[in-house]
Write a protein that binds this ligand. Structure first.
Ligand code: LMR
Length: 353
């Protein structure tokens, strides 16, 4: 009996061993279907997306919408973590963090890109794009394409362009109706040679400062005023510490959506496709909603605050544009003829005043 049990155990052990060996041989021979495109598919990719504005703004909402679309399209395999309000990094710090790879995405105002290529200054020229349609045409067309390509040499992948809207002027001692009314005003601007020159031409002292320092400096009276879109004036409550708001539409504020280029290059083709498609959808949404959001927030300011609102007539805008005409000549060389001519053609096509 003992001998019989021993033989059965031996046979069963042999059978189990041959099944195990056979299975492993098959795997190593590659006979089990294996798709190397799927490599690493179970690892979650995390993209930290930092920006300086509030969540209820064209950029804040677009960033969150993009994060949601990526999550849906990737079944949670790509996670975009949006950090608003300069919660991690201020305007300048976010560029350094992106280049170090501490964060993977940012969407700075295009104005802040002129330190990487002076060509970006074309979008800062006073009344560069006179209508909403002209902004969309510039960003979606050759102007946008040329500018985004300029970022590659700084290890940044320019993915798309988003709109906030037209900039307006606020002060604590208005009204600001004529260019001469800007004389002597101490104003916060984004750091930019074009903007500095523009305000100096009309006698204002324009100081390039971080966005998230603006409220404190306006509230304390260290600055008289600033220029920004309604959405930023509303969401950061600048209107509560200013007496006058001039709807001048004198400049453009929009964003380049940028990824660290090394990070982008290391994504799989499938991951890049998911991100590009989510961004395309978000950009279309941004282009149809950003102006409306600014309009709506202007109505809220109008209804709920005591700030005096002045809307420039076309004739007044023409005077502002005339006062700032020399800026075009001053920056002609830095911007280059190609882009300057393209923006002048747009102005011709969409001229309003
Ligand atoms: C500013 O600094 O005023 C803007 O760039 C803020 C923003 O990102 O809209």
């Amino acid at each position: 009996m003992k001998a019989f049990t021993g033989i059965v155990v031996l046979l069963l052990t042999g059978l189990a061993a041959s099944i195990w060996i056979g299975f492993h041989t098959k795997l190593s021979e590659g006979t089990v279907p294996y798709d190397d495109d799927q490599e690493g598919i179970n690892e979650q990719v995390v993209i930290k997306f930092s920006h300086v504005v509030a969540e209820n703004t064209p950029k804040g909402l677009a960033a969150q919408r993009f994060a949601n679309r990526v999550d849906e399209r990737s079944d949670g395999r790509i996670k975009v973590e949006v950090i608003p309000n300069g919660g991690l990094y201020s305007d300048q710090e976010e560029f350094e963090a992106l280049q170090r790879g501490d964060i993977q995405m940012i969407a700075p105002a295009t104005t802040k890109l002129s330190s990487f290529s002076s060509k970006w200054q074309v979008l800062d020229l006073p009344y560069a794009m006179p209508t909403r349609e002209s902004i969309i045409e510039a960003l979606n067309g050759e102007i946008g394409e040329i500018l985004l390509q300029k970022l590659e040499k700084s290890n940044m992948k320019g993915l798309t362009l988003w709109i906030n809207g037209f900039k307006q002027v606020t002060t604590n001692n208005g009204p600001i109706i004529q260019p001469a009314d800007l004389n002597g005003q101490a104003l916060r601007i984004m750091p930019s040679s074009v903007l500095k020159k523009q305000f100096e031409l009309v006698g204002a002292k324009a100081i390039g400062l971080d966005f998230n320092d603006t409220y404190r400096l306006l509230e304390s009276g260290e600055l008289n005023g600033e220029e920004n879109t309604i959405s930023n004036i509303y969401s950061k409550k600048f209107f509560e510490v200013q007496s006058d708001l001039t709807i001048s539409d004198h400049g453009f504020l929009g964003y380049a959506v940028i990824m660290n280029k090394d990070f982008w290059d290391h994504l799989t083709a499938d991951q890049q496709k998911i991100i590009s498609e989510a961004l395309d959808e978000t950009t279309r949404w941004n282009q149809t909603h950003s102006f409306a959001m600014n309009d709506e927030q202007l109505s809220i300011i109008q209804r709920n605050s005591s700030i005096s609102i002045h809307r420039l007539t076309d004739k007044e805008k023409k005077e502002w544009a005339k006062a700032w005409e020399p800026v075009y000549l001053d920056f002609k060389e830095e911007i280059g003829e190609e882009l300057l001519n393209k923006i002048l053609e747009l102005q011709e096509k969409y001229r309003k005043f």
